[in-house]
Design a protein around this ligand. Structure first.
Ligand code: ACO
Length: 384
């Protein structure tokens, strides 16, 4: 079977890898559900801890359960000195995603339960890693800005504490609302590249630290999580709304991809982009000149791309397109966008691992071999 004419699905397009009840992406109609709940409702009413509980446990928490998960996440926030040292050592040398990957991997050394693969230990470790990835990202940003490690404040919620550890100041309401929404919107998205990367590592029965470190590695690239940074850098390069048309025309003529557009599954407007766009527009009264410029560029680019490629080619704005300007409004530097995506997505990665391990099977796909066989080995002296 393997050596007869196989069908290759490039990029695994259209291939189902598992059954899952975590997330439904309805790409034709532009709808997204976490455990059955529409993303719009969660963004409007929920918070990150509740969404994390929902993703990991399959249902919304009751009062005491929500209190407990908040306590569990808060109690794991403080980083071991060894992790802080990695961040200090790499600051200014490595890309923040590289530091995040290294520091997340190193977390395993500080968790006595690392090798325990029982479901209960995996749930506890999931909460610890979700908590600490946020602390690592905040500390990477804090140190890059010239500050020292900020000890977490247990009286704050997960997202507010993230902002506190980043800025050594609790966020104002506007910053908190923005970041709460961004954490919820980015928490999960079915078997995308980074979740699949996480699952491939976890399917070998490697521990959750190995699996999530793999997810972070996969998220980094500009075709996936790195697109939010790339899209903002593009807006910066465009510089003013008047230059937008020329830039997009020339990108399309040169067959260049416009970052923040297109998606393997969505062939309709990404519902997350709709929420973030509405948010961006709501931020306009009193916005800084920088934000107004980004917004004008983004809206012009969106209009052109949708007219040219929307209905005809199924290329619409994705979650990453409007994210940059919104993060800017919350005072987040551009090279923290993708690490923040990882901090939020660690909840989805962990949920997938916990689910997949219930019925684990090693991932081991095949390749169609196109090379030669039975070549005669020639000693090095005879190879001239
Ligand atoms: N700008 C211009 N053209 C595009 C874009 C884009 N952003 N995206 C796809 N296309 C075109 C391609 O050039 C290609 O055209 P062709 O058939 O004439 O060669 C066609 O659409 C199909 O593109 P593929 O890259 O093969 O489609 P795929 O399903 O692999 O695309 C992807 C998904 C990788 C996300 C792609 O749309 C892309 O590179 N977008 C830009 C990067 C980006 O925004 N990534 C974030 C995605 S969301 C996330 O991961 C969180």
């Amino acid at each position: 079977m393997a050596d007869s004419e196989p069908t290759i699905s490039k990029g695994l397009e259209g291939v189902y890898i598992a059954e899952s009840s975590i997330c439904k992406v309805d790409g034709q109609n532009g709808r997204l559900y976490y455990r059955g709940y529409p993303i719009d409702a969660l963004a409007k009413h929920s918070d990150f801890e509740e969404v994390t509980y929902l993703l990991l446990n399959g249902r919304l928490p009751k009062g005491k359960e929500l209190e407990d998960i908040k306590k569990q996440l808060a109690s794991a926030r403080d980083l071991p000195q060894g992790i802080i040292d990695i961040i200090l050592e790499q600051s200014g040398k490595a890309d923040p995603m590289d530091t995040l990957r290294t520091a997340t991997s190193a977390l395993s050394a500080y968790d006595p339960e690392t090798p325990d693969m029982s479901p209960a230990a995996n749930m506890r470790k999931s909460l610890r890693i979700i908590s600490r990835v946020s602390s690592i990202v905040a500390t990477i940003g804090r140190v890059a800005a010239g500050g020292k490690y900020v000890k977490p404040d247990d009286s704050l919620g997960h997202v507010a504490n993230f902002m506190y550890m980043l800025n050594h100041k609790a966020p104002d309401k506007r910053q908190l609302d923005i970041m709460r929404d961004m954490f919820i919107i980015h928490a999960e998205h079915s078997s995308n590249a980074s979740t699949f990367g996480t699952m491939v590592a976890g399917s070998t029965l490697a521990d959750i630290y190995s699996a999530i470190t793999a997810g972070i590695s996969v998220l980094k690239g500009p075709l996936h999580g790195g697109a939010d940074e790339a899209a903002l850098r593009m807006m910066k390069q465009i510089g003013s709304p008047e230059n937008t048309e020329k830039y997009i025309e020339s990108a399309l003529a040169g067959k260049q991809k416009v970052m923040g557009f297109g998606h393997r599954v969505y062939k309709a407007y990404d519902p997350r982009a709709k929420i973030i766009k509405a948010y961006l527009i709501s931020l306009q009264p009193g916005a800084s000149q920088e934000l107004k410029t980004y917004t004008a560029i983004a809206l012009k680019a969106e209009k052109m791309m949708v007219e040219r490629l929307g209905a005809s080619h199924g290329i619409w704005p994705n979650v990453d397109f409007f994210a940059g300007p919104v993060y800017t409004a919350a005072g987040i530097p551009v090279n923290l966008f993708t690490p923040i995506f990882a901090a939020s997505r660690s909840a989805g990665w962990a949920a997938h691992m916990l689910e997949y391990w219930q019925n684990n099977r090693l991932f081991r796909p095949l390749e169609k071999y196109t090379g030669q066989v039975d070549l005669k080995y020639v000693p090095i002296k005879e190879r001239e």
